[in-house]
Design a protein around this ligand. Structure first.
Ligand code: FMN
Length: 402
């Protein structure tokens, strides 16, 4: 059983979102602002719809935190939906008054690319709103809240997680040989979270053009975790392989259609000599005193971290809700129709990067607690310290010929 688990609840236009995060050690300093800052980052980005202008997400702790520190008990968090007042009647849990008929804003013309059709058939619902309210990426706000807590834990180990956008709608940013540090300070300065000014301008223009054409765009974000010690995750069983855990968590983000670790798909086109990262001496003790000439493996070998930066790229498809709707079938009449249009984003690639950071933080924090155990942050750091000493000693012994 993985030590850190989380669950979320809540519909997009319901009263609010709830997140429960279990397995965090006691004694982690935590205040709501740590989380609110991340929630704010998730709402930003050129190309977001009207919804993001309405919401100003903030978390309320219901349990697990006292006097600014975690207790080791489950952390329950609540994020109210500010727009609830406009949806109270539509989303009310109470049954309809007899003969009141259908609720307003019923959805019967499913959008291609969304969960509307399959969900309605599978769950036997007559109103696809019963599906889309939960399939909506609004739920990812609760994940970002959980991820923000995990980021605080990982900071105790010197781990910094950031992301940046490398492509939107076919506009690609040039490759970065050395990423800025801290990464998010630079990325967040761009309206599309892209590090290259020229590409950033082109991406903004591409979003505006797509908006005018009543169309949508996808793209690629890269998430990077720096300062991760060697040996997180394990080769011994498929469940414990960190690359698999990361890929699964990142693929669970709505609209993600591909995840690459390091050089990813490009490795399949190259020879071994052009792919594998040669080993040299040097580097931090957190890397066991070794360095790599390259980091094509994206910081992972054998399902374990190498001590090099952990790098993953996520491909996001274009948003499924188009203001120029695609063809569909009306589920009430069986006739051809145009898909329903909901208030929607043109693109959400910049926000997706922030959600990806949260998912990486959740997976990494889980694997850290698995490796270093302990009920309190002090216990974990003690165990981490002795692991670093062991890595250091081994190298010192090798040097002295022992
Ligand atoms: C941050 C974010 C925002 C999104 N915003 C929208 C949106 O406004 N409209 C929409 O149709 N889909 C949006 N999506 C994508 C849908 O949630 C997603 O395509 C849908 O749930 C179907 O899941 P799938 O694409 O993974 O198959 C968004 C996704 C993310 C990650």
């Amino acid at each position: 059983m993985t030590p850190i688990r989380f669950t979320t609840a809540g519909e997009s236009h319901g009263k609010g979102l709830v997140a429960i995060l279990e397995g965090l050690p006691a004694g982690l300093r935590l205040i709501a602002d740590d989380i609110n800052a991340e929630l704010k980052r998730r709402m930003a980005g050129h190309g977001r719809g009207a919804r993001m202008k309405i919401e100003s997400d903030a978390v309320e702790f219901l349990s697990g935190v006292r006097a600014g520190e975690t207790l080791g008990s489950p952390i329950a968090m609540l994020i109210w939906n500010k727009d609830w007042k406009n949806w109270a009647e539509i989303m009310a849990p109470e049954p309809d008054r007899e003969g009141a008929g259908d609720r307003r804003r019923k959805v019967v013309r499913p959008r291609p690319g969304h969960a509307d059709l399959v969900g309605s058939l599978k769950y036997d619902r007559r109103d696809a709103r019963d599906i889309l309210e939960r399939a909506s990426a609004r739920e990812t706000a609760a994940r970002v809240a959980c991820g923000a807590v995990c980021k605080c834990l990982l900071l105790e180990f010197g781990v910094e997680i950031g992301s940046h956008v490398v492509a939107i709608g076919g506009v690609e940013a040039p490759d970065y040989l050395v990423l800025p540090s801290p990464l998010n300070a630079s990325a967040d300065a761009s309206p599309v979270r892209c590090l290259d000014q020229d590409a950033s301008n082109q991406m903004v223009a591409a979003i505006d053009t797509a908006h005018q054409a009543r169309d949508t765009l996808g793209g690629v974000a890269e998430v990077v975790a720096r300062g991760v010690v060697l040996g997180i995750g394990s080769h011994v069983s498929w469940r414990r392989k960190l690359d698999a855990r990361l890929a699964g968590a990142l693929m669970s983000i709505p609209a993600i259609k591909g995840v690459e670790i390091g050089m990813g798909f490009e490795t399949a086109r190259r020879r071994g000599s052009q792919v594998h990262d040669e080993i040299t001496r040097g580097g931090r003790s957190a890397s066991g005193g070794f360095l790599r000439r390259t980091n094509n493996a994206g910081g992972l070998e054998g399902g374990m971290t190498t001590g090099e930066p952990l790098i993953a790229r996520l491909a996001m498809k274009p948003i499924s809700t188009l203001r120029r709707p695609l063809e569909t079938i009306n589920l009430e009449t069986g006739e051809e129709a145009k898909a329903q249009s909901e208030r929607s984003d043109v693109t959400a690639v910049p926000a997706m990067g922030v959600i990806a950071e949260a998912m990486v933080a959740l997976v990494l924090a889980d694997a850290f607690v698995e490796k270093f155990g302990g009920d309190s942050v002090v216990d974990l750091l003690g165990s981490y310290g002795s692991y670093l000493s062991r890595l250091r000693e081994r190298w010192n012994n090798a040097e002295s010929g022992e």
